[in-house]
Design a protein around this ligand. Structure first.
Ligand code: MEV
Length: 437
């Protein structure tokens, strides 16, 4: 029975593993050697990774694959994608090739405004709070002058502070709703520093505000934090072509386009379908967000909130046939950065940026949005034509073979066999057992 530990973070890496071995991996010598096998021999590189988080004991690999042939606003890109899902890079590559032959993707940044709030309690009269805010706003702005010096030089900084009376939703609840431009940075640290400074300035100013003193009612800061809901920081990606150009194999362009648009309408109507539909797009978004060292949890949270912005969770993407032209597009919120965070620290992220030809934040927003749209297109295309299992299981075949410790020869024979037969877990096991016997 494992026992609690104190001072774990003070132990060195070997001691941490020793403790883990004694408490949770007692009869698992293989597990310990696996942990150690994933250490990097380059000690400096390993130290860099150790320092990313607390209590690092080893590294956790995910593959980085390349999806080439992405034509975005007439410029050709190869996308570095980090994902564990076997079919994602293949699907992205297929979609890229498909649209390369039909004029490529278009992408536009709509706006880049980030936001954060100081959440306040105030149970006095609203007019007094409003008057206090009006008087104190210049002091609040002045209080972050030093923090925003560098950001201002890079064209960013605070845009505005508004007082929001939210007392109808929650008694005594007010917000300082603050908006920012953060240039090429995602800006989380910058925004949070500004908000915390606003919070302490506000409390200090409130202490000396006469009508608060007279009524003995002061605003109290509950918390200060940026919002990952960024509906004013959005990017649009789109594709279009003649309906006739969509003809594939034995499907006419019109048949394909009609069924595709219908699939989108279903995702717009049915939240259960919309979640999976959007998840397909996020396969493409997250793979780029991770490869570029950005915060995929923030992006995920923000995108799904955006998908329900009108009160019902719905498809992020839309499609239509107009005359003889097929249009497919989506708009997503994306607060990402090309400076700050891991972006200039993680060697793989630096390489990813080189592959992407050193995009600035707006370029990266466009690339990520296109990756999401491409992935969404590939998924809906498969679903409305062949079904996804064919491609999915073909890509998953190698995982099954690796689970079975297949030799190179066994792999070759199995891949040849399953190029003409339906892949399933049990069929692969049966086939490998058969060649083994
Ligand atoms: C699987 O990762 C993603 C899909 O389910 C997306 C979709 O259903 O549109 C194929």
């Amino acid at each position: 029975m494992p026992s609690p530990v104190s001072g774990f973070s003070k132990k060195n890496k070997a001691e941490k593993i020793e403790w883990l071995a004694s408490q949770y991996l007692e009869n698992e010598p293989d597990a310990i050697s696996i942990l150690k096998n994933y250490w990097n021999e380059d000690l400096k590189l390993q130290q860099l990774h150790d320092d990313f988080i607390e209590n690092t004991i080893t590294n956790y690999y995910l593959p980085l694959g390349i999806a080439p042939n992405f034509l975005i606003n007439k410029k050709l890109y190869a996308l570095p994608m980090v994902t564990e899902e076997s079919s994602v890079v293949a699907a992205a590559s297929n979609a890229a090739k498909f649209w390369l032959e039909r004029g490529g993707f278009k992408a536009t940044v709509i706006s880049t405004i980030k936001n954060g709030q100081v959440h306040l309690n105030y149970f006095g009269k609203a007019e007094e709070m409003i008057a206090f805010f009006k008087q104190t706003k210049p002091t609040l702005i002045a209080s972050i002058e030093e923090i925003q010096q560098n950001m201002k030089k890079r064209g960013g900084g605070l845009l505005d502070i508004e007082l929001k009376d939210c007392t109808k939703e929650l008694e005594g609840y007010y917000q300082l709703h603050c908006t920012f431009e953060t240039g090429d940075a995602m800006g989380a640290n910058f925004i949070n520093s500004c908000l915390e400074t606003f919070a302490s300035t506000l409390e200090k100013e409130a202490e000396n505000y006469s009508s608060f003193i007279a009524n003995n009612q002061f605003p109290e800061v509950v918390m200060s934090i940026l919002s990952n809901y960024v509906p004013e920081c959005t990017v649009k990606a789109s594709v279009s072509c003649k309906v006739s150009e969509l003809a594939q194999n034995d499907i006419s362009g019109e048949e394909f386009a009609t069924k595709f648009v219908r699939a989108i309408q279903i995702a717009k109507t049915a939240p259960r379908r919309a979640v999976t539909h959007n998840k397909g797009a996020m396969n493409g978004v997250d793979a780029l967000v991770v490869a570029t060292g950005n915060d995929f949890r923030a992006v995920e949270a923000g995108v799904h909130a955006y998908a329900s912005k009108d009160g019902k969770y719905t498809s992020l993407s839309d499609a239509k046939i107009e005359g003889d032209t097929f249009h497919f597009w989506f708009e997503i919120p994306l607060a990402i950065g090309t400076v700050g965070g891991l972006t200039r620290l993680h060697p793989m992220v630096k390489v990813a940026f080189k592959i992407l030809q050193q995009p600035n934040a707006e370029d990266l927003m466009k690339i990520i949005a296109v990756s999401g749209l491409a992935q969404n297109f590939a998924a809906v295309r498969s679903l409305t034509t062949t079904g996804i299992q064919k491609g999915h299981m073909k890509m998953h075949l190698m995982n099954i073979l690796n689970q079975l410790d297949a030799t190179d020869e066994e792999k070759k024979a199995t891949i040849t066999y399953f190029s003409k037969n339906t892949v399933s877990h049990s069929a692969v096991i049966a086939f490998v057992n058969q060649i083994r016997s």
